[in-house]
Design a protein around this ligand. Structure first.
Ligand code: AMP
Length: 198
C-alpha cells in the first residue's frame, strides 16, 4: 500500500471549492487504496480528508505534537495516532511514514511543511515527490514567487521543477510517480564557483 502525506489547511477556506477539493482527494485515495498520513487534526480541510477516508474504511495515520493534543484539535477516531514532542518531530515522522507529499490549500502551517520538503529534496535529504494541488489557482502567487527566485538566481531551475503542480489529484499523483531527483554535484560546484567571483 502507498502512503501519501497531505499538508492542508486547518481552516476550511471561504470558498466551497476547497472543501470539494479535499473531499475529491479523499475519495481518490480511498479508490486507489492509498493510506493518508497527515497532521492528525480534527479541523478544517484536514477533518474533511480524514473523516471521508475513515467513512470509506481507509487507513488514516495522524502525527501530532502533544501540545496540539492538549488544545483539543486532535482527531480521536484515526486508524493510528502518533503523538510527538514538537512540530519538527512531526514533520520528520510524517516524512518517514510516507512515499510522497501533496499540498492542498492552507495557510502558514501548510507553507512551512511544503517548503521544508522542497528544501529537503533540493539537498537530497529526501527523495520523495512533492505535488501541489493548485485548485482555484490558489498557489499561483507562490509559484510566481518561485519563478522570480529562479529568474533572480536564488533558486535553480531544476529545483523549482522538483515541484509538481496540477489542478487534478489523479493527474498530480500520476506526475509524482515519475519524479526523478536532481543530482547535487553540479549545483554545489556552481554555487562554489559563483561565490569565488564576488
Ligand atoms: P495551516 O495551513 O496554517 O492551517 O496549517 C495546517 C498544517 O499545519 C497542517 O498540514 C498540519 O500538519 C499543521 N497544523 C496546523 N494547525 C493544526 C491544528 N490545529 N491541528 C493539527 N495540525 C495543524
Amino acid at each position: 500500500m502507498t502512503a501519501i502525506c497531505v499538508f492542508c489547511g486547518s481552516s476550511m477556506g471561504y470558498n466551497d471549492v476547497y472543501r470539494k477539493a479535499a473531499l475529491e482527494t479523499a475519495l481518490f485515495f480511498a479508490e486507489k487504496n492509498i493510506e493518508l498520513v497527515y497532521g492528525g487534526g480534527d479541523v478544517g480541510l484536514m477533518k474533511i480528508l480524514a473523516d471521508t477516508l475513515l467513512e470509506k474504511g481507509s487507513r488514516v495515520t495522524g502525527v501530532i505534537p502533544g501540545n496540539l493534543v492538549d488544545r483539543g484539535v486532535v482527531h480521536h477516531n484515526l486508524s493510528r495516532l502518533i503523538v510527538v514532542d514538537s512540530m519538527a518531530d512531526r514533520k520528520h515522522k510524517m516524512a518517514e511514514l510516507s512515499d510522497g507529499f501533496v499540498a492542498l490549500p492552507g495557510g502558514f502551517g501548510t507553507l512551512d511543511e511544503l517548503a521544508e520538503i522542497l528544501t529537503y529534496n533540493q539537498l537530497r535529504i529526501s527523495d520523495k515527490p512533492l505535488g501541489i494541488l493548485n485548485v482555484n489557482n490558489y498557489f499561483d502567487g507562490l509559484l510566481t514567487f518561485f519563478d522570480r527566485a529562479v529568474e533572480d538566481g536564488f533558486v535553480r531551475k531544476e529545483h523549482r521543477d522538483n515541484l509538481i503542480v496540477s489542478e487534478n489529484i489523479g493527474e498530480l499523483l500520476e506526475k509524482m510517480a515519475s519524479y526523478e531527483p536532481v543530482s547535487m554535484e553540479k549545483w554545489i560546484t556552481d554555487i562554489k564557483t559563483e561565490s569565488n567571483h564576488r
